[in-house]
Design a protein around this ligand. Structure first.
Ligand code: ATP
Length: 634
């Protein structure tokens, strides 16, 4: 199922990623975090668990040792016994002091190991999305941001939180047992106080987690404005149009709204936790008065009072730690759900269970009655397109802005599936192939091509990594794209970085600094990337020369014409002079192919193509511009 912005609002996609509602707590994330921990750093995790749990018993041992020392002192025990006990107490103190440091080191190690493994898994599963739909779905993007964050830190926080809870549980049980021996009523009193504290803390944690989820879209918008205000591409317009303070205002509006939500939760927590702290102090005070009273009347010994004081303080501290650990684990578990949902999400488009091998194209690529819209509540972009691209022939697709040309290309690459109709590769529905294998048979330059902040060579190699073994292919592709001479003149030739992003003080012109390319040069580099992917069955060129000067465009199109000879290709261009050489020209209008034929045949008629061609041609001559229809002039 495709997920888009609007289908999400309409309910589609909600089954996979939820409706923005808060997922309920389950223990699956705990299992997931533990298994990540074991897989990435098994021994360290076991050591962490053992030390963490052992440290829970130490305060109780210290309490009992203190009691015995006090009692022995008042009984007048031998010096040797007292010294032995004191050494034991000192050792327990040392262990109690050192363990937290070891645990902190192990925690950081575990976080690094699980973070790296989780990051690898998350991005591997993102690569499994067949199409583009998820990346256009705001709800999914929110989840992805949280997944990236939580994949890095949540497994460590879950382990720390849940083990912290068990450790506190051990301390509480030990002290409560001690209290029970001394004063059963008092231990019941403390339990009665501790339970509501726990419940209140968990409710607070849930409230915070809910708030964090609610403000995610705001934080995403804030990041958007932040990046725009510090991005060189936007800097020109922002300065010229003087929109900096307007955009800053929008960014701070989002920030303030998110801060308001956080403040409201902080205030609520301040109130509840202050109340709990007050009640805790009250309980401890009452207990102490009772213990002093009991000691004065001979019911308790000095040692009993010592362990009583230690137990009340220990239980209260441990209950607070237990609540904090549960809150931490709970919050991390809820966050980790996002990581798990994204990394185990099913493919956005259906994959054939037994994909067929993709044969070399020998007959034709065909769109048969293809209908498409981006979501149920958006207008149809394609309304029954029938189009055949015979093997070895070139087809040019022409149409006004927004006619759906790029959309048609995205369907051919299977970034989306047609809403109705089929796309056939030598008569086989392309949904029967593994998308990766299908794409192996294609090469493309997209209208919104990528520029990578890497070297010139890497920018080309990314089109076909197998060219790494044969550097001449890179040079050959650059020659065909008309960018070889430019690259050869760079300080380090093909190994020059075509970016200055990664260099500090990059405005000097020394040889190791990267170079900046013009828009047309970047476009040629993108074309070289597509051309290094030679020996493919189908070549897509979506406005490959839009950024080139007239001479360069003419040159490029002549080269491409030769390159396309005998290859199956689809060319989109608004410069109609460059499409006239195509074997066939198809005109897309109002969601359908309204005309198709060779240039001369189409010019002989009085359809859309001949009108558009004449309008453009007239712009280069002294002839008057033919009258445009309302639609064509839009
Ligand atoms: N990801 C998307 N989600 C929703 N609508 C989209 C998306 N991409 C394109 N559209 C819409 O689909 C329609 C066709 O767009 P498309 O980019 O295919 O047109 P085009 O013919 O390539 O236009 P141009 O000549 O301007 O490049 C437009 O109305 C556009 O708004």
């Amino acid at each position: 199922m495709m997920i888009t912005k609007d289908s999400e609002e309409a309910g589609e996609g909600a089954s996979r990623f939820g409706r923005g509602g808060w997922p309920s707590l389950d223990l699956n994330p705990l299992r997931g975090a533990l298994s990540l921990g074991f897989e990435s750093a098994g021994y360290k995790l076991i050591t962490y668990i053992v030390l963490d749990l052992a440290s829970g018993a130490i305060p109780v041992a210290v309490g009992w040792l203190s009691k015995i020392i006090f009692d022995d002192l008042s009984r007048g025990a031998s010096v040797q016994t007292l010294v032995t006990l004191a050494v034991g107490l000192a050792l327990a103190g040392v262990v109690q002091a050192v363990i937290p440091h070891i645990l902190e080191y192990l925690r950081a190690e575990l976080e690094r190991a699980t973070g790296t493994l989780a990051q690898g898994r998350l991005f591997s599963s993102l690569a499994l999305f067949v199409g583009l739909g998820p990346f256009e779905n705001p709800s999914f993007l929110d989840k992805l941001r949280l997944a990236k964050q939580s994949g890095r830190s949540a497994p460590g926080a879950i382990l720390q939180g849940s083990l912290g809870a068990v450790r506190s549980g051990i301390t509480i049980t030990g002290f409560l047992g001690s209290l029970f021996v001394l004063a059963p009523l008092m231990s019941a009193f403390i339990v009665a106080f501790a339970l509501p504290v726990l419940i209140a803390e968990i409710a607070l944690s849930r409230r915070r987690a809910n708030m964090l989820w609610r403000i995610t879209p705001r934080e995403r918008r804030e990041i958007f404005f932040d990046q725009m205000l510090s991005n060189v591409d936007a800097a020109k317009e922002i300065r010229l149009f003087g929109t900096g303070s307007f955009l800053l205002g929008r960014m701070q509006h989002e920030r303030r709204a998110a801060d308001d939500a956080k403040r409201s939760v902080d205030r609520h927590e301040l109130f509840v936790q202050s109340l709990l702290a007050f009640l805790g102090a009250l309980v401890a005070g009452v207990g102490l008065i009772w213990a002093i009273h009991a000691a004065m009347s001979g019911v308790l010994t000095m040692g009993d009072v010592a362990i009583f004081v230690a137990a009340v303080a220990g239980v209260q501290t441990s209950v607070a730690q237990l609540a904090a650990s549960i809150a931490k684990a709970h919050q991390a578990l809820v966050m980790f759900r996002h990581y798990q949902e994204v990394s185990s999400a099913e493919p956005d488009l259906e994959r054939a269970p037994d994909p067929l091998p993709v044969p070399c194209l020998t007959d034709a690529l065909e769109l048969r009655d293809v209908w498409f819209r981006y979501s149920d509540d958006q207008p149809w972009v394609l309304k029954g397109v029938d189009l055949v691209i015979p093997q070895g022939r070139s087809l040019a697709l022409v149409g006004l802005n927004g006619a759906g040309k790029s959309t048609l290309i995205k369907l051919l690459c299977r970034f989306y599936d047609p809403t109705r109709g089929v796309i056939l590769w030598d008569g086989v529905d392309i949904r029967n192939f593994a998308p990766e294998e299908l794409r192996q048979k294609m090469s493309a330059v997209f209208q919104d091509f990528m520029h990578y902040d890497l070297t010139a060579r890497e920018n080309i190699l990314l089109g076909d990594l197998s060219a790494m073994e044969d550097p001449t292919r890179v040079v050959e592709a650059a020659r065909k794209a008309g960018v070889h001479r430019t690259i050869a003149a760079f300080p380090l030739g093909y190994d020059t970085l075509v970016t200055r992003t990664f260099f500090a003080g990059s405005d000097n012109d020394d040889a190791i600094s990267g170079v900046l390319l013009s828009g047309g040069q970047m476009q040629r580099l993108a074309l070289a990337r597509a051309l290094v992917r030679d020996r493919r069955d189908f070549l897509i060129l979506d406005e490959p020369a839009a950024g080139l000067d007239a001479e360069a465009e003419y040159e490029l199109h002549s080269q491409l014409r030769d390159f396309r000879q005998g290859r199956t290709s689809l060319l989109i261009s608004h410069r109609l002079g460059s499409v006239r050489e195509a074997d066939q020209i198809a005109v897309l209008s109002d969601g359908c192919i309204v005309e198709q034929g060779a240039h001369l045949a189409l010019m002989a008629g009085s359809g859309v193509y001949s009108r558009l061609f004449s309008v453009q041609a007239a712009g280069y001559t002294e002839e008057s511009v033919p009258e445009l229809t309302e639609k064509a002039s839009q």
